[in-house]
Design a protein around this ligand. Structure first.
Ligand code: NAD
Length: 458
């Protein structure tokens, strides 16, 4: 049995960054990984989708060739090349993680871990990064961080597992552009893939269960993004409850109920994008007495489970399925282990969706503020009056700022070009308790998209 200071299960954003920080602080750390380095973010999530988003952007720009003075354009989009580029980006970043995890006091163990007891793990077929077998499969530590992420989820309906019903994982390796793509779920994954594949030339229909797609985003933003999705040719069907999928001669038939009517839509490929589930299977958490349910492993504010010394960070605890949330949760868990106080604000986690147009958000939506009975004030600014946005050919966008009764900034919602980068300005402002007046007195460079934030404050 190898005894160490800390064991981390999983090399996603919750795992590898925490291992590096732990090692820097002198903790001998074993990090165990069953699959490729980098977790969902690098292998099936953020990074590969952002590569394809970039292909989609380029294609959309080419479609507006006249605007850019590109006349008589002929081009052919080769999805294989797009996938090759995506794979190269992923492999470059995997190499980076491999280098980070080769630090002297980190031991990377490849294999599948399961609990033997609260402080001991057994690894199935353990080997090192070079493939060399590790003889002793048992590892023990006073502290263990579970960072095993999440897996794709299927609706419990007939036909959910038919061959051409794919999840985002398989879509990221698809070798052709489906003519008709039906996406079940108009959440973050569904809408990102809708944007990507409509740009690639698929006829895309999104079936969303709620009254509006992107139900977690501010309704004001989503309402304004709708025309852009429609212009891109994406059909949006809200209040659609999918009941079954059938297959006949390579065609899929998706049956759904919408406002009391039953309908069927044909598809070549169906993308199931109805959320992700915490990856707890096979960990044998019961052997360690760790409490968990279908949402994930239960944790406290320090990300500690009910078992002292055992932590769960990232998607596996079901608190917030975002890569950056996972890495900061890992940091908090490590800080608790090393008894280092921190000021990380888990109530201020920005999020972004890389559709066209992009959208991003930090803090509560206006509706959520009102549900809490808060008397809030909103200010809006629009891209259409911003010099940089017009020069970029990106006039569609809005910044919405939410202030409390004392005119302190408490939330921000943005859609439009580079929304995901713009949102970052608001996070430290909210954390510092910036007032409307202070924001108005903050000089912004000209000409930049950031000036829309200033404009909104005026
Ligand atoms: P999600 O929860 O964002 O969206 C799932 C959608 O499916 C919801 O809109 C829901 O109403 C809908 N739905 C559920 N059941 C349905 C049914 N029977 N018929 C039709 N629609 C149904 O989940 P997701 O899009 O699968 O993403 C999973 C997680 O990954 C999310 O937590 C998300 O934050 C994260 N993610 C983040 C990013 C990003 O940060 N850019 C990108 C992709 C995924």
């Amino acid at each position: 049995m190898k005894h160490t200071d800390l064991i981390i299960i999983g090399t996603g954003p919750g795992g590898y960054g925490t291992a590096v920080s732990a090692a820097q602080q002198g903790l001998n750390t074993v990090i165990i990984e069953a699959a490729a380095l980098g977790g969902t973010c690098l292998n099936q999530g953020c990074i590969p989708t952002k590569c394809l988003c970039r292909n989609a952007q380029v294609l959309n720009d080419l479609k507006e060739g006249d605007l850019w003075g590109l006349t008589h354009l002929t081009y052919h989009f080769d999805i294989h090349k797009a996938m090759e580029r995506k794979n190269e980006v992923v492999s470059t970043l995997q190499g980076g993680i491999q280098t980070l995890l080769s630090a002297p006091n980190i031991t990377l163990v490849k294999g599948t871990a399961r609990f033997v007891d609260a402080h001991t793990l057994e690894v199935e077929n353990p080997h090192d990064a070079t493939g060399e077998v590790i003889e002793d499969p048992f590892f023990s530590a006073p502290n263990i961080i579970i960072a095993t992420g999440s897996t794709t989820k299927f609706l419990p309906i007939p036909g959910a597992h038919l061959p051409n019903v794919l999840t985002s994982t398989e879509m990221l390796d698809i070798d052709h552009i489906p003519q008709r793509l039906v996406i079940i779920g108009g959440g973050v994954i569904g809408m990102e893939f809708a944007s990507i594949f409509s740009a690639f030339g698929s006829e895309v229909t999104v079936l969303e269960f709620c009254k509006e797609m992107l139900p977690n985003f501010d309704a004001d933003l989503v309402k304004r993004m709708r025309p852009a999705f429609k212009k891109a040719g994406i059909q949006l069907v809200n209040q659609a409850a999918v009941t079954a999928i059938e297959s006949q001669e390579q065609q899929l038939f998706v049956h759904y109920d919408c406002k009391g009517n039953s309908s069927t839509i044909e598809a070549d490929i169906v993308l199931m994008a109805v959320g992700r589930a915490a990856r707890t299977e096979g960990l044998e958490l019961e052997k360690a007495g760790i409490h968990y349910d279908a949402k994930g492993i239960a944790v406290d504010n320090n990300l500690q489970t009910n078992v002292p010394g055992v932590y769960a960070v990232g998607d596996v605890n079901g608190l917030c399925q975002l890569a950056h949330a996972a890495s900061f949760q890992g940091q908090r868990a490590l800080n608790h282990i090393t008894q280092t106080p921190d000021q990380i604000r888990f109530d201020l986690i920005p999020s972004a969706i890389f559709t066209q147009p992009e959208a991003a958000s930090v803090g509560l939506t206006e509706a959520a503020c009102k549900e809490r009975g808060w008397n809030v004030k909103t200010c809006k600014g629009f891209f259409r009056t911003n010099g940089k946005a017009l020069a970029m050919g990106e006039p569609d966008g809005m910044v919405k700022l939410i202030f409390d009764e004392e005119e302190r900034l408490i939330a921000g919602h943005i859609y439009g070009a580079h929304a995901a980068d713009l949102i970052q300005e608001l996070v430290p402002m909210i954390a510092a308790g910036y007032t409307l007046q202070q924001l108005r007195e903050t000089i912004h460079a000209h000409p930049t998209l950031g000036e829309v934030i200033l404009k909104a404050a005026h």
